[in-house]
Structures are given as structure tokens and as C-alpha cells.
Ligand binder design. Structure first.
Ligand SMILES: Cc1cc2nc3c(=O)[nH]c(=O)nc-3n(C[C@H](O)[C@H](O)[C@H](O)COP(=O)(O)OP(=O)(O)OC[C@H]3O[C@@H](n4cnc5c(N)ncnc54)[C@H](O)[C@@H]3O)c2cc1C
Length: 510
């Protein structure tokens, strides 16, 4: 009996419309279940949300994606979701999709595809050919151990391979070569996973790099199109997506199963199964601490999150700054793992730069996004304030001053990279850890959720199943963050309800 008997009781109630919630919604609705997705915000998509200033669209949490070459994993997943042919994509430069740049002005290009990637690096480091080849071989070997990333349901399971999970990214790279610059070029895009020298596992580095080598693309006119297209497909399958529905608690039956979730305004929505797309520590609060074992609660709540971000958006005077069909990872220090441990005087030491691609002007950039690290403690003085479009609060003037000071520091840095850029800038906007905290609903505006740790891999692994029999988890904290990681997590969540072999076959056949 798949369809709910009463319209008010859904087979699946999904809390949060981030990509994980939407992907679960699509999978389950296409299997014939009745699904409702509840979103607290005015806009769906979580990190896929965009905002507009000066008639320019700014992305908040997606700048580029990988694995979109024909037949690659995300290409197949998007095909399965029926959105691939509708997405407006711009492929980044084959010969340099990312540029790792240092203070001395030296630039190192990451080319797409393993051959191009290796050749480009070997040109820069001819004496390091062997190390570069061994590195690429290792990336491929590690990625082959993750079945779903290879559209398989079984095989060598990474969950069994303790040694692989314990391999530290920095240590492994440093073991390949004594050439310090090459070590730092190989780890140069570690902002993609907020890399911490002593903690980040090599598999995180490998899965993400492999993905971008398999087709790196930007979303034309912003990444919110993923959420918009997926929501259309979900609705076409009969699924519901409701905005302005902040879930604050749940009611249970005598067997300890959830019967309904309760919204902030007191409204209730009944369901048989519940999936939470919000941070697991927040999920524990929503569904009630007393329903979880202390050991689980303490572990989940004690897991360190990745650092937060300060995201600066510049809009340019018309036709003044040429569009860049690549991203830049700029390091003002030699050790690329050091930027996350910044001190306030030298901040920002590491940042990501990209120019969004707009269909109406393909030669010149309308805007630029600069993403750098920021500890959430920097915004502690305003931690008691709250502000989103659906819950418009106020933050006092000192917060605006704080942001302006930080923006000025970022602009001073970016002027070093692009001399003369300042006079091309029409306006500057920024998002702080508080922006991410309030819009996403986590505690500290963490960039990518729970931090993976090569020293204790099991601790940061979070099961999709919980002690509450009909509560499951999904989203970036489950297997990996990022568009690909979250999509994979959604499939893992849905394997509890749908035959996994058949489901993966549907993706392969899509
Ligand atoms: C600055 C930044 C840049 C990034 N760039 C990239 C990139 O270029 N490429 C890439 O692949 N990845 C990127 N990522 C990562 C990627 O965006 C995320 O990993 C991914 O989108 C997270 O999806 P999710 O399903 O976990 O849900 P989230 O996006 O975290 O969404 C959770 C949703 O739950 C909702 N919610 C929370 N609490 C409640 C509640 N009580 N009731 C109802 N709803 C609630 C929130 O409003 C939100 O919509 C970036 C992230 C950041 C922060």
C-alpha cells in the first residue's frame, strides 16, 4: 500500500529542501510514494539558493560541479532525475578549469581529464613526473573503492577498508615528493573540502578531484536551476513541496515511532516515514533528545564541523571585467593547509575566486564571488540576532561595520591578483557565518557540515538510520558534501525503502 489513505498522511515527510531532500523526494515519488518536502525558507534548495543584487544573480553555495561529462556519475544521476537536458551548463576550460596561484604570481593549471591534468603538471614540474603519475593512479584506485561513485551497489566497500579511510591527504601527498611547491599545488584546491592538515582523509580529496577531472561545469545564470528543475519533476510525480514550514518538533506513538511533525506555527503534518535533510545535531533537537541514546547524541553533537566562510560578491560596471572560464585558488602563503588557521592580521590568506556565467553577457563578467575561510566565533557578538527573507530580523550597525571591514581586507587582496579591479567594482555584498547559519539552519554556518577525520574515521560516519524506527537522515553530513556527495547520500538513504540493485540500474539505464 504505497499511496497514503488520507491526503493529510504522507508516505514520506522530508524535512528540508536542500539537494538531499529534493533527491530523496524525487526517488521516492518516482517509486509511487506520496511525498511532502517541508522547507523553512522562502526559497527552496538550501545551499542551492541564489540572491539578487543590482540585477545580478549571486550563488550562495554552488559555484561549479564535476562529473558531468557524458556517462559520468553525476551526468547519469541528473539524467535519472530528468533534469540533465534542461540544465543550462557552461563547461570550464579544458586546459585549465582551476588555477592554483601563489603570492609570487606563479600559476599552476588543473586541466580536465587525467591525461591533460598530468601533462599540465609535468610541464610545470618535469622532474616530478613519477610522483604525479603515482598520485593520479592512487586517486583512481581510491575512487574505485566507492561503489556508488562508480554506479555500482557492491564491490570493494570503503566501509570495510579502514586503512583507506585513515590515509591522510596531506601526509600521503607529502610522501610522494619532497618538492614543497608541488605538494601545495596538488592540495591547492583544498578549500573545496575545508581541508585540515592533520585531519582531512585522502579519500575526500580524491573523490572531489576525480569528480572535477571528469567534467567541470558552471551553471549558467546560477545554481538554483537544479532545485527549480527538480521541484518541477517532483511535483509532476505528485510530490508536494511546501515553503515557510519550519519544523520544530514531532509527536510519537506508543511504539516510539513518529506520527507527525509540528511546525513553528503549530501546524502538523502526518507521515509514515520521516527523512531529515538538516544537520544531524539539529535533527536530534527537532525530534527530541530523549528519543536518542546518550552515546549517539553525545557523539553527533560533539563532532567538529567544518569551518565557516566569508563570501564576498562584487558586481562590476558593465563590460569592464572579462569573464574567466576557470576558477582561481589564491594562496598568500606557501603552505596551502595554513590558510584555515588564519590570524586576523593576515586574513584572508586563502580564497577561491570565480566569475559566474550569465547568458546575457558572455564576454564580460557581471560579478565575481570570492570565498574565504571565517571562524564562526568571529560573528559571536551578533550570535543572538537572526535574519532571513522569511524571518526578517535586524542586526545592529556594528555588524554592518564588521562586514565592511572584512570586505575591505578581501578587496585589498584581490587588487593584488587583479591590479585595477577596484575601479571596475560597482558594489560589494557579503555573507558571513551568520548568513549561512540562519539560511541553512545549522549551528555555526559550517561550510560543508561535519568534518571528516582520518584519525578516527568511524566517529564521523553517520548512518542514515536512527534509533527512531521511522526517522532517516540524508544530506551532506551522511556520505559527502557537494552536489555529487549529497546526491549519493540521497540514494543511500533511499536504499532503506527501494531495492538498491533495481534503483541503481534505473540510474544506469536513464
Ligand atoms: C559557500 C559554499 C560554496 C559551495 N560550493 C560548492 C560547489 O561549488 N560545488 C559543490 O558541489 N558543492 C558546493 N558546496 C557544497 C554544497 O552546496 C552542499 O554540500 C549541498 O548543497 C548541501 O546539501 P544538503 O542536502 O545537505 O542540504 P542543505 O543545502 O544544507 O539544505 C538543508 C535545508 O534544510 C532546511 N531546513 C533546516 N532546518 C529546517 C527546519 N527546521 N524545518 C524545515 N527546513 C529546514 C534549510 O533551510 C535548507 O533548505 C558549497 C557550499 C558552500 C557553503
Amino acid at each position: 500500500m504505497k499511496h497514503a489513505e488520507k491526503e493529510t498522511e504522507f508516505d514520506f515527510v522530508i524535512v528540508g529542501s536542500g539537494l538531499g531532500g529534493l533527491a530523496c523526494g524525487y526517488i521516492l515519488a518516482s517509486e509511487g510514494y506520496s511525498v511532502v518536502i517541508l522547507e523553512k525558507n522562502h526559497q527552496i534548495g538550501g545551499h542551492l539558493q541564489v540572491y539578487s543584487r543590482d540585477k545580478t544573480i549571486f550563488d550562495t553555495g554552488v559555484h561549479y560541479v564535476g562529473s558531468l561529462n557524458e556517462g559520468e556519475n553525476l551526468y547519469q544521476f541528473f539524467k535519472y532525475f530528468q533534469i540533465l537536458d534542461k540544465l543550462k551548463l557552461k563547461k570550464l576550460d579544458e586546459s585549465k578549469f582551476d588555477v592554483v596561484r601563489f603570492t609570487d604570481g606563479k600559476e599552476y593549471n588543473y586541466a580536465q581529464g587525467y591525461e591533460g591534468f598530468m601533462q599540465s603538471l609535468i610541464t610545470d614540474f618535469p622532474e616530478e613526473q613519477e610522483a604525479i603519475e603515482v598520485y593520479c593512479k592512487k586517486i583512481k584506485e581510491v575512487c574505485s573503492k566507492f561503489p556508488l561513485y562508480n554506479l555500482r551497489v557492491s564491490g570493494d566497500s570503503y566501509q570495510l577498508d579502514e586503512e583507506l579511510l585513515k590515509l591522510n591527504a596531506h601526509e600521503y601527498i607529502a610522501s610522494l615528493t619532497t618538492n614543497f611547491r608541488l605538494q601545495n599545488v596538488l592540495a591547492g584546491s583544498n578549500l573545496l573540502y575545508a581541508g585540515v592538515k592533520e585531519m582531512t582523509p585522502f579519500y575526500v580529496h580524491a573523490l572531489i578531484l576525480n569528480s572535477y577531472l571528469s567534467g567541470a561545469y558552471k551553471f549558467v545564470n546560477g545554481g538554483s536551476q537544479i532545485a527549480i528543475l527538480m521541484s518541477r519533476e517532483i511535483r509532476a510525480l505528485g510530490g508536494k513541496i511546501l515553503k515557510h514550514k519550519k519544523v520544530v518538533s514531532a509527536n510519537f506513538n506508543d511504539e516510539g515511532c513518529i506520527t507527525e511533525v509540528v511546525m513553528e506555527n503549530g501546524e502538523k503534518i502526518k507521515g509514515k516515514q520521516f527523512i531529515s535533510n538538516v544537520h544531524p545535531a539539529v535533527s536530534i533537537d527537532i525530534f527530541g533528545e530523549n528519543h536518542f541514546l546518550n552515546v549517539y547524541k553525545n557523539r553527533i553533537k560533539g563532532l567538529p564541523n567544518s569551518i565557516s566562510t566569508f563570501l564576498v560578491h562584487l558586481s562590476f560596471h558593465e563590460n569592464t571585467f572579462e569573464y574567466l572560464n576557470y576558477n582561481i585558488y589564491q594562496h598568500h602563503i606557501e603552505d596551502v593547509w595554513g590558510g584555515i588557521e588564519y590570524d586576523e592580521d593576515t586574513w584572508p590568506q586563502t580564497y577561491f575566486v570565480c566569475t559566474p556565467y550569465m547568458s546575457r553577457n558572455q564576454k564580460y563578467a557581471e560579478s565575481m564571488s570570492i570565498m574565504t575561510y571565517m571562524k564562526s566565533s568571529e560573528t559571536d557578538p551578533w550570535a543572538n540576532s537572526f535574519k532571513t527573507v522569511s524571518e526578517p530580523g535586524e542586526r545592529d550597525i556594528s555588524y554592518q561595520q564588521f562586514k565592511k571591514e572584512k570586505e575591505a581586507k578581501v578587496l585589498k587582496r584581490i587588487e593584488e591578483v587583479f591590479p585595477g579591479i577596484t575601479e571596475k567594482i560597482k558594489s560589494v555584498h557579503s555573507a558571513s557565518p551568520l548568513t549561512f547559519r540562519d539560511y541553512i539552519g545549522n549551528r555555526d554556518g559550517a561550510l560543508y557540515g561535519v568534518l571528516k577525520n582520518s584519525n578516527s574515521p568511524a566517529r564521523s560516519q553517520i548512518n542514515t538510520k536512527t534509533r527512531i524506527p521511522n526517522l532517516h537522515l540524508t544530506g551532506q553530513n551522511i556520505s559527502m558534501h557537494g552536489i555529487l556527495g549529497v546526491t549519493v547520500s540521497a540514494f543511500v538513504t533511499c536504499f532503506a525503502f527501494v531495492d538498491k540493485n533495481k534503483l541503481v540500474q534505473k540510474v544506469i539505464n536513464a
